[in-house]
Write a protein that binds this ligand. Structure first.
Ligand code: SAH
Length: 245
């Protein structure tokens, strides 16, 4: 009788143990497959939206394959994370279309060890893409709430080194200047002179220039021997570059 009891108790115990062991495993499996789904969506994004349209710069493609774009998008819109278009992030702002992020990154040709300034943190996604390539990324956002959420997104996704500041980016970030590259992700009617001053000789800037409510030109600005040159790359639509009163 006691032998029978012992057997059934040990049977129940091993069943319970099996159950306990299986539970966390199951949860982990669900998490992995979630990430796998996003990874596959990213692979499709890189292939169909970037490579097919001519993006060739391998570090840019690798970075966009790595950065979990869905973590930079409000939860109620995560299903749109890998869509071929911009997505609203609140406060009337948007995270840019993946192709535009890739195109602008490719123009900068970022390299490890370079110091890069971004104006317009927004979701933090563009800063994360740059941070996959270099450790020194500085980003400024004029809307305080977005500076906070952008920084939180970056930290959640593991980009601890990106420096985020709430300020009017028109003045750049003097303390860390000069920069090898500057990227502006809001449309301005002119190129802010402080940004040109904070660009290194042989540095490159990319900025949408034009009327905030119409189509603008994406401009590449280069500095060489103290001389600044700019050229139009393509027509774009960006949210307006605003100024602090
Ligand atoms: N790079 C962002 C795109 C954000 S949209 C991303 O990857 O998600 C452009 C952002 O520029 C908006 O968040 C807007 O608030 C910000 N912005 C506009 N004018 C600015 C200024 N003068 N200084 C800093 N940020 C500005």
């Amino acid at each position: 009788m006691s032998c029978f009891l012992n057997t059934s108790i040990s049977f129940i115990l091993s069943f319970a143990l099996l159950f306990i062991l299986l539970l966390p495993d199951g949860a982990a499996e669900a998490r992995t497959s979630d990430n796998d789904d996003y990874r596959q969506e990213r692979e499709r994004m890189v292939q169909m939206q970037l490579i097919r349209r001519g993006i060739e710069h391998q570090p840019t493609l690798d970075a966009m394959q790595q950065v979990p774009r869905h973590l930079f998008i409000p939860e109620n819109r995560r299903s749109q994370a890998y869509n071929d278009g911009p997505v609203p992030i609140g406060y009337g702002q948007t995270i840019s279309q993946p192709y535009i992020v890739a195109f602008m990154t490719e123009v900068l040709q970022p390299k490890p060890g370079q110091r890069i300034l971004e104006i317009g943190t927004g979701s933090g996604y563009q800063a994360a893409v740059l941070a996959e390539i270099t450790d020194e990324v500085y980003t400024i956002e004029i809307i305080e709430e977005l500076a906070g959420s952008g920084e939180a997104n970056l930290r959640e996704a593991g980009y601890d080194k990106v420096k985020v500041k709430h300020a009017d980016g028109y003045h750049g970030w003097e303390e860390y200047a000069p920069f090898d590259a500057i990227i502006v992700t809001a449309a301005s009617d002119h190129i802010p002179p402080p940004l040109i001053n904070q660009l290194k000789d042989d540095g490159v800037m990319i900025i949408p220039v034009g009327h905030p409510m119409r189509t603008q030109q994406l401009m590449q600005v280069t500095k060489s021997g103290g001389e600044t040159r700019s050229r139009s790359l393509m027509p774009v639509r960006f949210v307006p570059f605003t100024r602090e009163d």
